[in-house]
Ligand binder design. Structure first.
Ligand code: SF4
Length: 374
């Protein structure tokens, strides 16, 4: 299998998105964040390209504006949105240029491609791990190398997250494949957060890199197992769904978009189904909510009544009370109950818990109460 960090991340975040993208090869239009990120990356590449002189800041900004304007055109966005992103890009490049004049750095490679062959010791299969490193610098003062990955996102990770960052570990493997003589201790790994002008830095030991390989191979085996056994790639909704190009065909969201997408092949069958049945769903959900609310109220009231009766029985020291159509009896008995939590803890201590765990696929309906925007 040929895999990259971005594919591994896609699979971890949502296996179904991975399937749509990598196995079904369904193309989706890019979103504005991706187009913006690409234009910024391309401009930062230009900034460090010496042909033979470094470009001026104006040339870099021109490059960004042209690149962004050309790519964003097909997205059919409001002019205000495009203007806001353009302004942000220019500010970001100005700040970067001020803090990082290109002549102050010894850049060894830009957009450096790598591919690492991974052999799985469990089944002897080989896989290719590929990627592109934004920038590799050499620090002459101590002979160290630095891998730099630019980020246009806002959120900066904690040091702990940076130390565990899979992308940087993979890039470290890529650099060592390119130049095996390098000492991993002398490779600095940096995520450069352009919106803040800040770097999150870390390093990896040989042992860390071996663990990374093991982790990647485990994920590849998991994916191959799903493919071989034709198991489900489960949709995993999260905040990332808002940026997912497959939302309109995804079973988690398709219903919300059905009227707009009746012509997509993946949803045509659904759209052609009895329309009245489809239209009933929002009304059925409303009815469910109403009944659910009544049930909760009834449950609360039943518990209150039971407590009142129980209280009366205790005060009167009686074990049975009568109404016109029924009676209550207090039943006191000792029963043996299996303490599954304790059993789990004991098995865990003995290192035998895994022997008793079985994967079971089940399907249930879970209700989420949330105002849905039209
Ligand atoms: S919309 Fe969300 S759940 Fe559906 S494929 Fe995309 S990321 Fe996965």
């Amino acid at each position: 299998m040929r895999i990259s960090f971005s594919l591994l991340e896609t699979y971890k975040n949502c296996p179904l998105k991975f399937k749509y993208q990598q196995l079904d090869k369904i193309k989706t239009p890019k979103n504005i964040e991706a187009v913006f990120g690409n234009a910024i990356h391309s401009s930062l590449k230009k900034l460090f390209e010496r042909t033979p002189l470094f470009p001026s800041l104006d040339e870099v900004i021109d490059h960004f504006q042209n690149n962004f304007a050309e790519k964003v055109e097909s997205l059919n966005l409001e002019p205000d949105t495009i203007a806001a992103y353009t302004k942000e890009g220019i500010t970001l490049l100005k700040n970067f240029y001020k803090k990082n004049p290109p002549w102050n750095f010894n850049v060894v490679e830009l957009e450096s491609r790598f591919s690492v062959i991974l052999e799985d010791p469990e089944n002897k299969e080989t896989h290719i791990l590929a990627g592109i490193i934004d920038r590799i610098d050499k620090h002459e003062e101590n002979g160290a190398y630095e891998i730099i990955d630019y980020k246009t996102s806002k959120r900066m990770p904690s040091q702990d997250d940076t130390d565990k960052n899979l992308q940087l570990s993979i890039y470290n493997l890529g650099l060592l494949k390119k130049w095996p003589h390098l000492d991993p201790e002398k490779i600095k790994l940096s995520l450069y957060f352009l919106k803040h002008g800040e770097k999150a830095e870390t390093k990896r030991t040989k042992e860390d890199l071996e663990n990374t390989k093991t982790e990647i191979l485990k994920t590849i085996r998991e994916i191959e197992d799903l493919i071989k056994k034709e198991k489900e790639f489960i949709p995993t909704p999260s905040g990332l769904c808002d940026w997912c190009g497959y939302q309109k065909m995804c079973p988690m969201w398709r219903h919300l978009f059905q009227s707009q997408i009746s012509n997509l092949p993946a949803t045509r069958d659904l759209a052609q189904r009895d329309k009245s049945q489809k239209d009933q769903i929002p009304a059925l959900i409303n009815k469910y909510l109403e009944l659910d609310d009544q049930t909760s109220q009834n449950k609360r009231r039943l518990a209150e009544i039971k407590a009142q009766i129980d209280n009366f029985m205790s005060q009167e020291d009686i074990t049975r009370v009568f109404g016109e159509n029924a009676y209550f009896t207090r039943i006191s008995q000792e029963k043996e109950v299996f303490d599954s939590k304790k059993a789990q803890e004991a098995l865990k201590k003995m290192g035998k818990l895994k022997e008793f765990l079985k994967k079971r696929q089940f399907s249930t309906l879970r209700l989420t109460k949330k105002k849905i925007k039209p």
